[in-house]
Design a protein around this ligand. Structure first.
Ligand code: NAI
Ligand code: AKG
Length: 524
């Protein structure tokens, strides 16, 4: 049974896909009300109210996935989640239209003084001259951040007869042309726009993007809108520009602190505000809840998730194609790590044959996770493997080759340690399974499954019998045995698969046999 804690208000209808599963138990409670049972949850579903901090993650050791029913993940410590191997997913486009429409509603309300006029009429006044506005038609709209929401705002602006100026350092020329906008520098947008709306995420680069210096570059009488994230427009820096009348009006849906409390900006008549309502429509909430609920279901069914923040994107189709190699990669990493039980600096993975044409990033991550698993105490999986490898000074890289050694596909892993290099190669045979076909310089053929014993010895007659006797004397049954050698009379090896793991006494007894040089237990 998977336990899901839904800690913010999320559309009931959207949660339906999760409710249909007999294996999922949904608990709807605030984190503060679930203190005593936090350790029992496998998944956490939030909007923006719950702060998913490192401290909270520490209290949830069983947590495997955090779902954000929305776009921005700035309420989630993604690095802390990644370190713990927790997948973070969001609903990247379920609320795009709602946020764009809200931005537009704010823009119209701002230039036509609708909220102020509304309050006035409700106060039994009829003051038509106090609320003379401006048309949007013919005005220049500056859009900072031209992703999903920014581009939807642009479409609506063009329909209103506005000229759209765009600043987004990551926007390609091709995409800009496709969307019918021209890319400008930030300074050009600031200098020319009558209205500026921001649609970036809140990052180190965008925090305070519209601060004192850049606000001074704007046109006198400019209108500003922030329906993205509090802090992109510096709230303190705005105050003197409002006081001097340089900024004619501001529309804010988001704040540096939410709720903003007794904020000085709220005292300005020409600052209009909403309580983070951009995504608050029936449609958006249904969309985002359905998207994350479906993704959670995929995750628990062992299928790939496509909207992960901290994993490479993987579609179901691609996953089906790589699945077998994903498992083979994990086994190669796991076996290599145990065999090379010394500090290592570098892993080099080479793909050849049919596997080389697939999405190998995921296979490499799986291999890396397999490699790190015996070495780290904490959870390691394909989410945090790259980060853990980096922390431990292990670099890794992928190569592609035509050398398949006669197999349809071949994955080769070379591990570079301080004084030793080890190579293992494997192949996946459809309807048969995984095979290790090369082990430390020797061609061999065994299934990477269960309790394995590696014995390296000199190639002499009678070795198999001696090993069999020792194992028999210790009541260890041999399931399979594969032998290989570099040359007659030279380095040779046996890989045995056993019905149960062997203890140190067995390893020591085997190591006493003349001509046996190394004995290692390998679990696959
Ligand atoms: N008020 C609300 O309820 C809602 C707010 N949002 C927020 O709206 C914002 C935009 O969301 P989406 O359009 O879905 O995101 P997106 O990821 O599709 O677009 C963001 C764009 O910002 C650009 N960008 C990044 N750094 C930049 C920089 N330094 N300068 C200029 N552009 C930069 C990126 O290249 C990208 O094109 C996010 O902050 C999101 O959290 C989203 C939905 C609802
Ligand atoms: O959940 C909400 O209402 C906030 C939406 C939002 O800000 C986002 O999706 O980034």
């Amino acid at each position: 049974m998977f336990r899901v804690l839904v800690s913010d208000a999320i559309s009931e209808e959207g949660l339906a896909p999760l409710r249909t599963s007999a294996h999922i138990d949904i608990v709807q409670k605030k984190v503060s009300e679930a203190e005593g049972e936090l350790h029992t949850f496998d998944a956490l579903l939030v909007r923006s109210a719950t702060k998913v901090t490192e401290e909270l993650l520490e209290k949830m050791p069983n947590l495997k996935i955090v779902g954000r029913a929305g776009v921005g993940v700035d309420n989630i410590d993604v690095d802390a989640a990644t370190k713990r191997g927790i997948v973070v997913i969001n609903a990247p486009n379920g609320n795009t239209i709602s946020a764009a429409e809200h931005t537009f509603a704010m823009m119209a309300a701002l230039v036509r003084h609708i909220p102020q006029a509304h309050i006035s009429v409700k106060s039994r006044e009829w003051n038509r001259s106090a609320f003379v506005g401006k048309e949007l038609f013919g005005k220049k709209l500056g859009i900072i951040g031209f992703g999903r929401i920014g581009s939807e705002v642009a479409k609506r602006a063009r329909a209103f007869g506005m000229t759209v100026l765009v600043y987004d350092p990551f926007l390609t020329k091709e995409r800009a042309e496709k969307l019918g906008v021209s890319i400008q520098s930030l300074d050009e947008v600031l200098a020319a726009a009558d209205i500026i709306t921001v649609h970036t995420p809140l990052t180190k680069e965008t925090r305070g993007l519209l601060g004192t210096e850049n606000l001074a570059k704007t046109k006198k009488g400019v209108y500003l809108i922030n329906c993205a994230r509090g802090g992109i427009i510096d709230e303190q820096a705005l105050i003197p520009f409002l006081e001097s009348g340089h900024v004619a009006g501001v529309a804010l849906d988001v704040f540096e602190q939410e709720p903003p409390g007794d904020h000085p900006l709220l005292t300005f008549d020409n600052v209009i505000v909403t309580p983070h309502l951009g995504a608050s429509t029936v449609e958006a909430q249904l969309n985002v809840a359905t998207q994350v609920a479906e993704e959670l279901l995929h995750f628990f069914e062992g299928q790939p998730v496509t909207s992960s923040i901290n994993l490479p994107a993987l579609s179901k189709d691609v996953y089906e194609k790589i699945q077998a190699f994903y498992h083979l990669g994990r086994k190669l990493g796991l076996i290599a790590s145990q065999f090379m039980n010394i500090p290592v600096q570098e892993l080099s993975v080479t793909y050849a044959g049919t596997v080389a044409d697939l999405e190998t990033t995921y296979i490499t991550r799986s291999l890396l996770a397999g490699f790190l698993r015996p070495r780290v105490a904490s959870t390691v999986n394909e989410v945090n493997a790259a980060m853990i490898a980096k922390e431990r000074g292990i670099t890794y890289g992928e190569k592609f080759s035509d050398e398949t050694h006669g197999y349809a596909n071949c994955i080769s892993l070379t591990v570079h340690g301080e004084n030793k290099t080890f190579t293992i190669k494997g192949t996946h045979v459809p309807n048969y399974g995984d095979r290790i076909v090369h082990f430390d310089g020797v061609a061999i053929d065994f299934a990477p499954e269960g309790h394995l014993l590696y014995i390296q010895h000199q190639d002499r007659p009678g070795m198999i019998g001696k090993v069999g006797n020792v194992l028999g004397a210790h009541d260890v049954n041999i399931a399979t045995m594969q032998v290989g050698r570099q040359e007659a009379g030279g380095k040779a090896m046996m890989i045995l698969s056993l019905d149960k793991p062997v203890d140190d006494a067995v390893l020591n007894a085997l190591a006493q046999i003349d001509d046996i040089e190394t004995v290692k237990r390998l679990e696959a």
